[in-house]
Design a protein. Sequence first.
Length: 469
Amino acid sequence: MTTRDLLVRGGRVLQGDTLIEADVLVQDGLITAIGEVEAPDGVAVEDAAGLLVLPGIIDPHVHFGWPGAADDFGAGSRAAVAGGVTTFIEFAVQFPGERLDEAVEAWKRMGEQSVCDFALHAIVSDARPETLEAMGRVVDGGVTSFKMFMTSQHSGGLGVDDGTLYAIMQRVAELGGLSMAHCENDEVIGHLAGRLIESGVVTAEGHSAARPPLVEAEAIARAVRLADAAGSDFYIPHLSSGDGLQAALVDTGREVAVIAETCPQFLALTADVYARPDGAHYVMSPPIKAAEDQAELWEGLVDGRVSTVGSDHCPYPRALKDENARSDFRRIPNGVPGVETLLPVLYTLGVRSGRFGLGDLARIASLNPARIFGLDDRKGSIAVGKHGDLVLFDPGRRFGTAPSALNSRIDYSIYEDVDLWGMPVATVARGRVVAREQRVVDDGHRGEFLARTPGVDLAPFDRRTVVAG
Ligand code: URP
Ligand code: ZN
């Protein structure tokens, strides 16, 4: 008997699109039975009567170790489990001049603080021969997705030029991995931002005005062409605009899969937030766009053209956000909180509002990221043999959005004025109850690094049906 044994009794368990009345037995962290199950001797029993039992949520996009950001792996993962997220994928950063494989190993060690399982993407910041060679060792070490920044300004100098982007994508293709890029046109942003500052627009509204949808759509179109020429499947993180979606899915006769992720903040908020007195708190890149963009992103999620939702959790303390908020929007650090509110945002605005069903929520927020990132042998659904990652969920209760209700170290909330529904009454990670009702109850639990292997078939996630061209 281990402490990773648990019987979840009498819940309504999500299987595909269907809820079935069943018990779920987890032994040594793995699901061993679903149905009417007798509790083996000594196994703890968790009463799920009246609750939905959902697969643990997978957030494919967080920054818990980003310099200056409020949450490290410990705090970020506690916020994650309090919101029903049982697995996250963090970005290991190769800062300029660093050895890529050493950087990735250092981020794995930072992950030892996590209270739930995690995987890593690698951010590559150059295409030196030694870096391209190190990418092979990184893949051997279980990290198979590589992100490049097309912007330098907001990323602290991590941006790469198109030649570097292309060279890295070619190497990713050789290795059977997945390329990703932060797609915004740095030069156009610089030009527009300079003009805005000159004309006296210095607050967060300038951040939004300097990044119209064109900035994202142009970079996506360029990156998709480069990925196709390089032969690399391509994942677009934090897609924010309707134009960006059109650019992502245009059918150029390409052979690679192009997959889109959006973020909860793009689905829940519109660019009006930048006119608020605390508009700086919403500054991230790409910025939150107009209501029409939001509508297109929802449509894309509903019809499958957008495959995943990642929080892009990267919050900075209020003092840092406010420091230059009234003098120069270019100096407001970029990033917002989100891992803790991902599930309630999708439940409230997706399921409760009637846009899609619970099965769709589980596909978007658990199964799809598991499949795309090569974790579906372990994660992504409630099935015998998979990890015992579960959310015992009460859809009829409100989710607290005030900073005092949230576990992130951040001292403000971007959803304080939004009604969110759905309470993760208990979050189970590998058979252990790690959080109850927005509070972490098992701080000692240490998550494991999830090694992944290359060669995932991504064709089912490519939906190039928007425009022929
Ligand atoms: O503004 C953002 N998104 N900050 C986090 C880093 C990134 O660009 O993903
Ligand atoms: Zn990010």
